[in-house]
Ligand binder design. Structure first.
Ligand SMILES: Nc1ncnc2c1ncn2[C@@H]1O[C@H](COP(=O)(O)OP(=O)(O)OP(=O)(O)O)[C@@H](O)[C@H]1O
Length: 313
């Protein structure tokens, strides 16, 4: 349905390339030739129903799970151990040691990624301050609320100053202030040239934050593009108030479906590519037109359309 410039990842980008990744778990086909790229400085929202394949893709992108076929590249090079260490990853199942103190844990993770003890401690301090958890630094992780544990988890993904960020549902369960803090940090990283990909079921947030979005259904990327491109590719809704028009005045117009009538106002759905000016002419032919409003679908609506379409045979 949508412009899909990510299909068949281009070669040699400075970003992250997921190139025709397939994965099965026994009889379950989790991914079928999944492809997309996340360029340097770009925030990519990865959305799809439960079980669509987002976590599997992200685990393969990080290298903790092997694909059956396909390749993950970063900066044009296939992912190896050295490049893997340059990824900041926030796993869906969260991966913190519950009994370890916040600052010790972050410093330890920094050292695991090759930082000196001193740099790792400084980074732990910096990120706990930036993420609003400085006062909990000396507490064991298990004593923190779930939202604050999630902030620690983001700090864990950032502590080694990664070149790529791959985050599995980083916003789930966060309060609005924490959402703002986290979005601010991700935007800063993007602006510094880091490719950021995150999965989310919060589509309003994805629409607001992401430069590009990929919609996955049953292991395949079925739509991708900027939010504007995706919204332009979906059906447009028109509200037309033509008081003198007879009922059914728009029924014969090609590509137009009347969805509802409220007094003299009619809500029409236009198939992609239908010229709204021909609808305006038809409305004017009936008499005065008091309202003519065009609505593009929100990402939530597009998502519903895309994920409920029949999968390709
Ligand atoms: N370890 C596993 N063994 C068997 N099947 C698995 C395993 N992990 C995932 N799957 C299956 O692979 C498919 C994709 O799952 P995945 O967790 O990647 O989806 P998701 O898009 O992240 O879902 P959610 O939004 O619910 O987190 C699902 O059918 C799931 O049941």
């Amino acid at each position: 349905m949508a412009p899909n410039r990510t299909e068949g990842a281009s070669v040699g980008t400075s970003g992250l390339e997921i190139d025709r990744i397939s994965k099965r778990y026994g009889d379950v086909v989790a991914l079928r030739e999944m492809s997309f790229t996340v360029d340097a400085g770009e925030m990519f929202g990865f959305v799809g129903s439960n079980g669509a394949g987002k976590t599997t893709t992200m685990r393969i992108a990080l290298g903790v799970l092997a694909a059956d076929s396909g390749e993950v590249r970063f900066g044009g090079a296939p992912l190896d151990l050295r490049l893997r260490r340059r990824i900041g990853y926030m796993p869906e199942e969260r991966g913190l040691y519950p009994k370890m103190k916040v600052d010790e844990q972050l410093a330890y993770l920094g050292e695991l990624h090759g930082m000196s003890h001193r740099d790792a401690r400084a980074a732990a301090q910096r990120w706990t301050e930036r993420l609003g958890i400085a006062q909990r630094r000396r507490d064991a992780v298990e004593k923190l609320s779930l939202g604050n544990q999630q902030r620690v988890q983001l700090a864990a993904a950032l502590v080694h100053d990664p070149d790529v960020l791959v985050l599995d549902e980083p916003f789930s369960g966060l309060d609005p202030v924490a959402v703002d803090v986290m979005s601010g940090v991700l935007r800063e990283k993007c602006d510094a040239g880091v490719p950021v990909v995150f999965s989310s079921h919060q589509l309003d947030l994805v629409q607001r934050l992401c430069d590009r979005v990929g919609i996955v259904r049953a292991g395949e990327l079925v739509a991708s593009g900027t939010v504007a491109e995706l919204r332009d590719s979906g059906p447009v809704t028109l509200i037309v108030d033509a008081p003198d028009a007879a009922p059914g005045w728009a029924d014969a117009l090609p590509g137009v479906t009347a969805l509802a009538t409220d007094g003299t106002r009619t809500t029409l759905r236009l198939e992609p590519g239908t010229d709204d000016q021909s609808v305006l002419h038809a409305a004017l032919a009936t008499g005065p037109v008091r309202e003519f409003t065009r609505h593009r679908p929100a990402l939530t609506e597009l998502f519903r359309n895309v994920v409920t379409e029949e999968p390709a045979a």
